[in-house]
Design a protein around this ligand. Structure first.
Ligand code: SF4
Length: 370
């Protein structure tokens, strides 16, 4: 593949060719160079460079997991303008799951061979601290084989606030209850300018990062996201990635970077959907820029299946999982299915020319579908 990239680089303009040489030599690119890749109209070349980096790390493997997303409530006190999921308690669409309802969903997941539950939701002002801990503890008590990936940094920050505990104390209690990993939601874009517009009330960028830093210190693996395609500039996206790269240099605790395409329907912020070109460039630039990450996820729910398949040839190596019942992005109008059986994900990956690998929460291989 290297000689193919070298040949194609000869056709690139000088600035891109120089960045390409750096990538081939395994050297880190700067924020300025990432911006040049973003602004380049040589999409296939940027994709090829990203795929070169990906294949060095992951070969032809593309990962998925048999999991379920559980969103225990959509009631949320923060009412972020970009979010179509969170509603007030009096809204006719408001719902709250009981612990028994949550456990029933986990039981279904276990019966279907699921290995992970991914639990995130709104932030209701009437929930007490113990409820968050109990959900994790009861799941783990009844279904010890399932990995519990639960509560975003925004939720953990809120738990610390209402309990008067430090992040470390909250995370230790969650660990004690059986927490396995923390999802990446809530990062949005770290720029203060952007957060003031789209999510002025919830945890700040510093608070989000401090929760993750503390989790890494305690040995809890976490994921990190970037919500793009709303009011942010390309510079703010690249700065976001640079902040993520800096924390990864410091702790090494992130498992995967997940770019999330913004869906505007039903939000107060409005706007339009991202283009496929923007989606693919974002996957590719993040793959090249985040040299200290093993995995880049093409989340099929926000990208759509077709773009996610192409993304597997633009630097991504993971399409997430079977999910079963996604509600958050569906509130904002995505036309993807709410979930897919494992066979569909295997077929999606094979048709993209990659080798499907079922993984667990920690990227350990469960099964290779040759
Ligand atoms: S993004 Fe999260 S914190 Fe903001 S309104 Fe939606 S559910 Fe609530």
């Amino acid at each position: 593949m290297e000689s193919l990239v070298e040949e194609i680089l000869k056709t690139a303009d000088r600035e891109i060719a120089l960045i390409g040489e750096k990538v081939l030599e395994g050297r880190r690119i700067s924020e300025e160079e990432a911006l040049k890749l973003y602004r380049s109209n040589q999409l296939t070349l940027v994709g090829l460079l990203a795929e070169f980096v990906n294949r060095k790390k992951n070969g032809m493997n593309a990962y998925f997991i048999i999991n379920r997303q559980i969103n225990p409530t959509n009631i949320c006190m923060y009412q972020c303008d970009f979010c179509a999921f969170g509603v007030t308690r009096s809204d006719p669409k408001a719902y709250e799951m009981t612990l028994e309802e949550i456990l029933k969903k986990v039981e279904e997941t276990v019966r279907a061979g699921g290995r992970e539950v991914h639990i995130v939701g709104g932030i209701p002002s009437h929930w007490d601290y113990g409820r968050y801990i109990d959900i994790v503890r009861e799941i783990k008590k009844r279904f010890p084989s399932v990995a519990v990936k639960a509560w975003t940094a925004v939720e953990i920050h809120h738990m610390a606030k209402i309990s008067g505990k430090s992040y470390e104390e909250v995370l230790k209690e969650l660990l004690d209850a059986g927490l396995d990993a923390i999802p990446g939601g809530g990062a949005e874009i770290f720029s203060e300018r952007v957060r003031r517009i789209i999510a002025p009330y919830k945890a700040s960028a510093e608070e989000y990062l401090e929760v993750h830093r503390t989790a890494h210190k305690l040995g809890i693996p976490t994921n990190v996201t970037m919500l793009y395609g709303h009011v942010e500039t390309l510079e703010e996206r690249v700065r976001h990635m640079a902040t993520v790269r800096e924390l990864q240099d410091e702790t090494g605790g992130f498992q995967v970077f997940i770019p999330l395409a913004y869906w505007p329907e039903g939000t107060r912020l409005g706007g339009s959907r991202t283009s496929s070109v923007d989606d693919l460039k974002t996957i590719a630039v993040s793959r090249i820029f985040l040299d200290n990450f093993d995995h880049i996820k093409a989340y099929w729910v926000t990208l759509g299946e077709r773009v996610a398949q192409i993304a597997l040839n633009f630097g991504a190596d993971d399409i997430d999982g079977t999910i079963e019942e996604e509600r958050i992005v569906h509130s904002a109008g995505t036309d993807s299915a709410r979930g897919h059986p494992a066979e569909r994900l295997v077929s999606m990956i094979k048709k993209a020319g990659k080798v499907p690998v079922e993984r667990d929460t920690f990227y350990r291989t469960i099964k290779v579908y040759d």
